[in-house]
Ligand binder design. Structure first.
Ligand SMILES: C[S@@+](CC[C@H](N)C(=O)[O-])C[C@H]1O[C@@H](n2cnc3c(N)ncnc32)[C@H](O)[C@@H]1O
Length: 280
């Protein structure tokens, strides 16, 4: 999935897609000022990389959708650390995301950002370090391997987030990953909150036409008809909330979301979802 190319911060394939979300954060204050999203660290990172957000910023729907999605994930993370000030946060596929910098977790929280080595190398150089945050170079789907190297202690409440990641996994890989997460939580008798965004089968079929993703070699591979489907992939995961990102991402996306819901008896075209494990 990974590799190097010139002109894209040395990234290609799925890792290169982190530039789409970086562009969205950089142009948020000009293009989507009404959302009130401010991320000075993202602007500094883009400047250090000499990255021109103009490569993606004319894809207005994705720029807005990315920020709407980021705000949903920010809210999940804030609520988690408020309730669990000694908890563990694991972000899988963090790219050059600066969520921990925006949220400033309290001293008791350990925060691990996982991504492929070429991405964590960039993170180590460019993302301002905070007290108990750490970058980990790993395949986030290889849970049994990385879980031993992070402070996922017995009984410790844990939030796992994967933003803009699940759709790039092959369906079988996604199912194995989810079971790996529940196995890891079960082995530690930990309560786990899992926050994901989920593509629909239509998005997967049309990803070669996606205005931004099609500028990379990455393609979507996994989608679900409804977020509830994830419950059946890993026993014990329970859908606790979902959020229709497309319905909140500008006029064109809102219309597409409404049409999709109408012709599919209420399915979201693209949503975020929170699952709980070990609370029953
Ligand atoms: C669209 S970017 C999203 C980046 C970040 N979450 C954000 O919202 O800005 C997708 C990221 O997921 C990472 N990724 C995809 N599959 C992964 C895996 N199996 N293990 C670790 N990282 C992965 C890619 O390298 C890339 O950084």
């Amino acid at each position: 999935m990974s590799g190097k190319s010139s002109g894209s911060a040395g990234l290609s394939g799925v890792p290169e897609t982190l530039l789409i979300t970086l562009a969205a954060r950089v142009v948020a204050s000009s293009q989507n000022a009404d959302l009130g999203f401010v991320d000075p660290a993202a602007e500094r990172i883009a400047a250090s990389l000499k990255f021109d957000p103009g490569r993606f910023s004319d894809d207005h729907a994705s720029m807005r959708g990315t920020i709407v999605r980021a705000q949903w994930f920010d809210g999940i993370a804030r609520r988690f650390i408020e309730a669990q000030p000694d908890g563990l946060v694991i972000s899988i596929g963090s790219g050059l995301d600066t969520r921990a910098n925006r949220i400033a977790p309290p001293a008791g929280v350990d925060w691990i950002d996982i991504d492929f080595p070429e991405v964590t190398e960039l993170r180590d150089r460019l993302v301002p370090p905070l007290g108990r945050t750490r970058n980990l170079a790993a395949d986030g789907t290889a849970v049994a391997t990385w879980a031993q190297t992070v402070p996922w202690d017995a009984g410790r409440a844990t939030l796992v987030m994967a933003e803009g990641v699940s759709m790039y996994l092959e369906p079988r890989e996604a199912a194995t990953w989810l079971r790996g997460l529940t196995d890891a939580a079960s082995a530690r008798q930990s309560r786990m909150t899992l926050a994901l965004d989920l593509a629909s089968p239509l998005m997967v079929r049309q990803s070669h036409r996606h205005p931004s993703v099609s500028k990379t070699k990455a393609r979507f591979q996994w989608g679900v008809r409804r977020p509830e489907e994830v419950n059946s992939l890993a026993e014990g995961l329970v859908l606790s909330e979902s959020y229709d990102v497309a319905a909140h991402s500008g006029t064109a996306s809102r219309i597409a979301a409404a049409i999709y819901r109408a012709v599919t008896r209420g399915r979201p075209i693209y949503c975020c979802a929170r699952f709980e494990y070990g609370t029953g």
